[in-house]
Write a protein of this length. Structure first.
Length: 335
């Protein structure tokens, strides 16, 4: 077997862990980076994902470790986010490996023929799928490492942990895990946020922030070829106060005009008399594909002109960055 042929037979499952409390929109962007590597991506919200690499290894002509490093570089350079990547012959091995990568990020690849030896010295509670109560039971019987668990007859593990759970634990300790990576759509929401540098009671500042969120949300939706059926506005006040309300659009849309109308209605409903505002979040919900939105015949020349301008602005942002162009109100308030 040639070196190239051997490289094609290495680990085929990638498990990715993003930082905790990663904003939803950034998590989506990480998933989109994964989709550039392989078409088989399984989102594991709120901050993890699985990728089937078998076809990707052939397509890219490289090994799993190299694809993991490519992902890290892209996540850092494009999103400013580091990730922990585990690669192995099964979901269990890959997920266990990613948990062993020290923060903030790195890549750990376990070859198929080395999975059992690599798992053996790990603490039994480090094995993906072993919960605290199961680990405690195993510890009570002197089973402290994955290698010891693998050495115990499966029937004995079943008696300790229960039939199905015991069989699964015994198999996974040996590196056996037949579960496939199942493509899973992204969550059907999109969220953008604004946090004020200082507490504000200024309604004009709040509305400028909201307008910026409308533009960012619209660009996000159009970039993903999606449209929102509803918007949720969340206002966070000093002292942990919180106000949230959802309103549906007349028709699904990802256009700034339509999103702004509903966002302003929500802001008007809030009143802003409750205290000092510290953050605003705008979420598009009940998303559908843009190709599912019926095209409406309109005789509104002004709206058509705004849609053309919106398309041009999107192209400018794609080329020069998201802050290259935007509403004057937002730029004045930011300066």
């Amino acid at each position: 077997m040639t070196t190239d042929q051997a490289s094609r037979r290495v680990s085929t499952v990638m498990h990715v862990r993003c930082p905790d409390r990663l904003p939803e929109e950034t998590y989506r962007q990480v998933l989109e980076l994964l989709a550039e590597l392989s078409p088989v991506v399984q989102a594991l919200p709120p901050s993890a994902a699985l990728v089937e690499l078998k076809g990707a290894l052939r397509y890219h002509g490289t090994d799993g470790r190299h694809l993991g490093e490519i992902l890290r570089v892209r996540a850092l350079s494009r999103l400013g986010v580091d990730v922990r990547v585990g690669i192995g012959p099964s979901i269990t091995v890959a997920a266990t490996a990613s948990a062993q990568v020290p923060q903030p990020g790195g890549v750990l690849a376990v070859e198929p023929g080395e999975a059992g030896a690599w798992l053996a010295p790990l603490p039994v509670d480090a094995l993906q799928g072993i919960g605290p109560r199961q680990a405690e039971t195993l510890h009570d019987y002197g089973i402290h490492s994955v290698g010891l668990l693998a050495a115990v007859p499966p029937a004995t593990v079943q008696r300790l942990l229960g039939g199905r759970a015991g069989r699964t634990a015994a198999d996974r300790a040996r590196g056996t895990d037949p579960r496939p990576v199942v493509p899973r759509d992204l969550p059907s929401t999109a969220t953008v946020r604004w946090r004020f540098a200082r507490h504000t009671l200024d309604g004009a500042d709040a509305r400028a922030a909201l307008l910026d969120l409308v533009v960012r949300l619209g660009q996000l939706l159009r970039g993903r070829d999606q449209a929102a059926r509803a918007l949720t506005l969340t206002l966070t006040f000093a002292g942990d106060g919180r106000w949230e309300k959802t309103r549906r659009l007349a028709e699904p849309s990802g256009h700034d005009d339509d999103l702004r109308l509903i966002a302003y209605q929500l802001m008007d409903a809030a009143g802003l008399q409750r205290g000092r505002l510290i953050a605003v979040a705008l979420k598009g919900e009940d998303l559908i594909g843009a190709d599912q939105v019926a095209t409406q015949i309109t005789f509104d020349d002004a709206r058509e002109a705004r849609l053309v301008a919106e398309e041009v602005a999107d192209r400018v942002r794609d080329k020069f960055g998201p802050r290259a162009i935007g509403p004057a109100t937002v730029f004045r308030r930011a300066s």
